[in-house]
Design a protein around this ligand. Sequence first.
Ligand SMILES: Cc1cc2nc3c(=O)[nH]c(=O)nc-3n(C[C@H](O)[C@H](O)[C@H](O)COP(=O)(O)O)c2cc1C
Length: 325
Amino acid sequence: MFPIHFAPLQGFTESAYRLAHYRFAPGIDTYYTPFLRIEKGNVREKDLRDLETDLHFIAETLDGASTDKQGTNSKRKPYHLIPQIIVRDRAEFEILTKTVTGLGFTEIDINMGCLYPMQAKSGRGSGLLARPEKVREILDAINQFSSEKHVQFSIKMRIGYSEPNESLQLLPMLNDTSLAHITLHPRLGIQQYKGALDFNTFDQFYTDCKHPLLFNGDLANLQQIKYIETRYPKLSGIMIGRGLLANPVLAAQYAGIPCETPIDTLLKIHTEMLADYTGRLQGSAQILNKIRPFWTYTEIPKKIQKKIEKSRNLAEYLEAVNELS
Ligand SMILES: Cc1cc2nc3c(=O)[nH]c(=O)nc-3n(C[C@H](O)[C@H](O)[C@H](O)COP(=O)(O)O)c2cc1C
């Protein structure tokens, strides 16, 4: 049985989602924040506010089961969150790493897979994979920070930006770097989500990678997870993104942990998030904009999906959602 990691998903797995998911859907080993980034020379405020919500929850649960105001079963695996950062050079790496460690986190994931053109074209995310000299600069900084500041870094990457051998060429450098694990999504940055997964390149990376390795990509049901488990028995885990947005109890089902149905769990997570947004955001239009994408990757009846998409206000939206229960 592999540990299941919940992939970072910008616009979806923010703290409201992560905490609601943790509360209602057991079985996740590690959550990741969507990438934290530099904006005008500093870490984006919004990303930091999001992290603080998690920190508050972690402090509350550490205080003891009795003070767990979320009502989470205290016998459960503790909530494990790794902040992810996106950087193009050592300077950005230092600002983000110092900020994140300053908050008390001792693990950081580096994004070398993002395909958003704004990031990739300026040499961040998957854009880094085509710039080995910049990767070297960042890996040197990783080695320095991990030995001096006792921070554990991991990398989440694609097999390349435009060529699959980019990851294989970087592998000796990665092998020489102090890393907790690598997560590999076997597609190119320029492929986005199109085309088949490149299992040939994953096979080679899997054979030569000296770090614990996680597989990520297109896993949406138990058969697919079992296939990866059988094909790659030496993996250290599996990371799932959209499959968990569609079926939030996929990890629990895989681990054989008793859980509610996917739709009941989705509705519970949704109710919790709506309450969170209602408490924090002003105006129903803002709340609607924030909550509506929740259903994007879910497998709900098409008719209801359409109604949700077309709803003009919160009342219409809730009427559509209520048809699911
Ligand atoms: C909407 C969306 C947002 C994403 N945001 C991030 C992100 O912030 N950091 C990251 O490393 N990957 C991000 N990804 C990539 C996912 O983490 C994951 O690698 C990808 O979806 C493939 O896994 P899956 O098929 O299990 O979803 C994002 C993907 C999507 C669809």
